[in-house]
Design a protein around this ligand. Structure first.
Ligand SMILES: [Zn+2]
Length: 367
């Protein structure tokens, strides 16, 4: 009885008539709202952005019109997700999105995304196993989700963020061969494991996006997760490395990867018409000419983020306006509510779901 009441409340919060069957959360690390909404920044397409081939970068990523420029950079997000779904985070039309943790680095951001609140104890990437239960861990123990929660991530820190020692979640992360412990072998698994073993580790604990995505696609041939996380890391790594051109390349490829995953899943009976994609980032980064590479507590603008959503229960409202401030902390409850669960009933510290419905948006945006 209590459960059904909280279920109804969760659905009221999102305005959903009926829960969806599957939710996929995709995070591309450290992507500024600026690139998402305006495309590549011209001022960084030369020496200031560590770009040697300025004419090549401009030809590939610059168009005078901002709408054309962002479509060039993220065609799936703008031509499909924004048309059939929604995008939060454009502050000048009254829908800013921010992280609520004050650290503006990855582990605190992912903790906020996965648990629904900014835990002040989670203050750096160096922390051990997450003391907090994530919405992923919780759902994995709910009826209908047993063995149906999976995470694929380039960054090995996700073992700690998802607290795999306690949660026993199925997490494949970093340079570790993703199928090393799978007794059932396929030619695909053998190749992907070998690539993980033999590729020079360009970024410390962060594998290349293509490797992690290849593992996810191979896994999808036999597994059917209902709650799935994909963590891509190159967008952050190339920015830190001071290579704006490669950061744009990585973002364009992340968009293509998300498109491929969407089309792959829409072609499967288990996912077609019953799956929501939430696409977001863990933190922003500096907005000034000298700090675009960085993010952190003292970097202005590194708390500005964005989120795009597509699928049943996500009305085609496009770029959201006048919602008022929404936060990273609202994502965990959104995942649960879409699936018919009330995360705030489990974790009272969690923020409410995002206002995906026009009526909920009105209420949230009341001034
Ligand atoms: Zn970073």
């Amino acid at each position: 009885m209590l459960l059904s009441v909280s279920l109804v409340l969760a659905q009221l919060a999102t305005g959903l008539d009926q829960p969806v069957k599957n939710v996929v959360l995709i995070v591309s690390d450290g992507v500024r709202a600026r690139e998402v909404f305006e495309g590549g920044e011209r001022a960084l397409m030369g020496r200031a952005g560590g770009v040697e081939n300025e004419p090549g970068c401009v030809a590939k990523f610059f168009r005078p019109d901002a709408a054309a420029r962002r479509e060039l950079l993220m065609p799936f997000l703008w031509k499909t997700v924004a048309k059939e779904g929604q995008v939060f985070g454009l502050s000048r039309v009254g829908s800013p999105m921010k992280v609520s943790n004050r650290f503006r680095v990855s582990y605190p951001g992912y903790n906020e995304l996965f648990t629904g609140w900014a835990d002040p104890r989670i203050d750096s990437n160096g922390l051990g196993e997450n003391p907090n239960v994530t919405v992923f861990e919780h759902l994995s123990r709910e009826p209908g989700f047993e063995g149906a929660v999976q995470a694929f991530a380039t960054w090995e820190t996700f073992f700690r963020i998802f607290a795999v020692g306690r949660s026993k979640l199925d997490v494949r992360a970093g340079w570790n061969p993703p199928f090393a412990n799978d007794p059932e072998r396929t030619p695909g698994k053998d190749v992907i494991d070998a690539v993980h073993r033999t590729t020079t580790p360009l970024f410390g604990g962060n594998a290349l996006d293509a490797m992690t995505y290849a593992a996810l696609k191979e896994s999808l041939k036999t597994k059917r997760p209902r709650v799935l996380f994909l963590g891509l890391g190159e967008t952050d790594e190339w920015m830190h490395a001071g290579r704006y051109d490669l950061a744009l390349e990585a973002l364009q490829r992340a968009d293509a990867t998300i498109a491929d995953l969407w089309h792959t899943m829409q072609a499967m009976d288990e996912y077609r018409g019953s799956t929501v994609f939430l696409i977001t980032t863990d933190h922003g980064r500096g907005g000034l000419p000298w700090d675009w590479k960085h993010h952190g507590a003292n970097v202005l603008g590194a708390d500005d983020i964005w989120l795009a959503a597509i699928g049943p229960g996500v009305p085609a409202l496009g770029v959201r306006r006048d919602t008022g401030l929404v936060t990273q902390a609202q994502v965990a409850s959104t995942i649960a509510a879409l699936l018919g669960h009330d995360w705030q009933a489990v974790n009272p510290k969690a923020a409410p779901p995002l206002p995906l419905q026009p009526s909920a948006a009105l209420a949230a945006g009341a001034r």
